[in-house]
Write a protein that binds this ligand. Structure first.
Ligand SMILES: *Cc1c(COP(=O)(O)O)cnc(C)c1O
Length: 423
């Protein structure tokens, strides 16, 4: 066998056997040690729909308790005890996600926000301080400014991309810096090397919400980020049919978070985990297609006379183009853009007419699924604000966020073309 060359990688079979599996292989098989026989010789991870687990007798129970308390027998300690402390279907997906992000372990939650709030509640105590960047998920900001504030945890918001302001915001009690990359809706990209360099000098933990990137496009743990969070509702599950969240990091930190989860109580339902695992198998395929389509759409919109501005990290004029080029394998499936204002019509109305003229994407919040979704942030996430208040947060009335699905790129371009002809 040795000496036979693989036509795709030009590696010999011997070299191939030693290489680290690529992400499509990992997405399908999980980490290699996972490729073992399942109960009933089933190929697919079984959906273990149970609230609790049984012990054959008291000796069995005591052996489990000993293993759990003293860590003597890891296999025994991993067996089921009670649904809030773990489930084999959920566990299987966690291991897959840890492998994809190159992390030690992962912990699933019922939503992305549950992951964010559980992590922050577990890691912060009264009197501590957290820094977050603007242009980050609105509910994360709200959580810091209301709930954490009430518990005596101060927070500071710093402008995305301003690393001097970030360092200046650090206090002796700062414990965490949290940011998204890329952000919503302007797809700003954090320079992870710079972020980690600053945080480490002050012994501060870093958390990146990498929902928009997926591990296919960016792996923050490889840059020394402590924890990566995803709303698995988006690309990871990819079919707009479940909600889930995940945090990935070093095994010790995830173990501590797992203990907290057992107390706080927000666990993922096994059925949602089953669907998440199914979705994950096509993650690399979907994201590669979405990268390609979004890049083409961004180029198309960038030269269109009825578009005032396009925000996509793959465009050379995006403020973080250089950073994205260095640390991302693809630029993602979301494109944000502004419709050029028309004489005699409110920009809000022109933009709504454009959105209503689109036929492929559904009007809906969320992103990352196989179906294209489109929205006007001014009306979707910021409806209760006036135009002036929205401008202050940086949301213009003519802004559109387009999450590109896996439809044919040519059909999406044709749809954009006919909708833009109508405004
Ligand atoms: C959707 C989203 C969240 C929240 O996730 P849910 O699953 O909706 O709770 C957090 N961060 C980002 C970047 C998101 O897009």
């Amino acid at each position: 066998m040795i000496g036979i060359t693989d036509p795709f990688t030009s590696m010999t079979v011997a070299e191939f056997g030693q290489r680290v599996p690529g992400q499509s292989t990992e997405a399908v098989h999980g980490y290699m040690g996972m490729r073992r026989s399942q109960p009933h010789h089933a190929l697919v991870t079984p959906l273990v729909q149970t609230a609790t687990y049984t012990f054959s007798d008291t000796a069995d129970l005591c052996a489990f308790m000993e293993a759990k308390m003293w860590g003597t027998d890891p296999d025994m300690a991993e067996r089921g005890e009670y649904g809030r402390y773990g489930n084999p279907t959920v566990r299987s997906v966690e291991k897959r996600l840890a492998a994809l992000e190159n992390g030690g372990d992962a912990l699933l939650f019922p939503t992305g926000m549950a992951a964010v709030t559980n992590v922050l509640l577990s890691m912060l105590s009264a009197g501590s301080h957290i820094i977050f960047t603007d242009d980050c998920y609105r509910k994360t900001r709200q959580f810091c400014q209301t709930f954490l504030q009430r518990l005596g945890i101060e927070s500071t918001q710093v402008p995305m991309g301003d690393y001097e302001a970030l360092e200046a915001a650090i206090q002796p009690n700062t414990r965490i810096i949290i940011s998204e990359s890329p952000t919503n809706p302007y797809l700003r990209v954090v320079d992870l090397n710079r972020l980690v360099e600053i945080a480490r000098r002050y012994r501060i933990k870093t958390i990146i919400d990498a929902t928009f990137a997926t591990p296919v496009n960016q792996r923050p743990l490889d840059y020394g980020v402590d924890l990566v969070i995803h709303s698995a509702t988006k690309y990871l599950s990819g079919h707009n049919d479940i909600m889930a969240g995940v945090v990935v990091g070093q095994a010790g930190l995830i173990h501590a978070l797992r203990q907290s989860q057992g107390v706080l109580g927000g666990v993922l339902d096994p059925h949602a985990a089953y669907l998440l695992e199914r979705g994950l198998k096509t993650l690399a395929l979907r994201v590669e297609q979405q990268n390609r389509s979004a890049n083409t759409v961004a180029q198309y919109l960038d030269q269109h006379p009825k578009i005032r501005r396009v925000w996509y990290p793959g465009l050379a004029h995006h403020p973080d183009y250089e950073v994205a080029l260095n640390q991302m394998k693809g630029f993602g499936g979301v494109v944000s853009f502004e419709i050029a204002p028309l004489e005699g019509e409110e920009p809000l109305a022109t933009t709504s007419r454009f959105i209503d003229a689109m036929t492929i994407p559904y009007i809906a919040p969320s992103l990352g699924g196989v179906e294209s979704l489109i929205e006007q942030p001014a009306l979707m996430s910021y409806y209760e604000f006036s135009s002036e208040e929205r401008l202050e947060i940086g949301i213009t009335d003519n802004l559109v966020r387009f999450s590109i699905g896996i439809e044919d790129t040519a059909d999406i371009l044709a749809d954009l073309d006919q909708a833009l002809a109508q405004v």
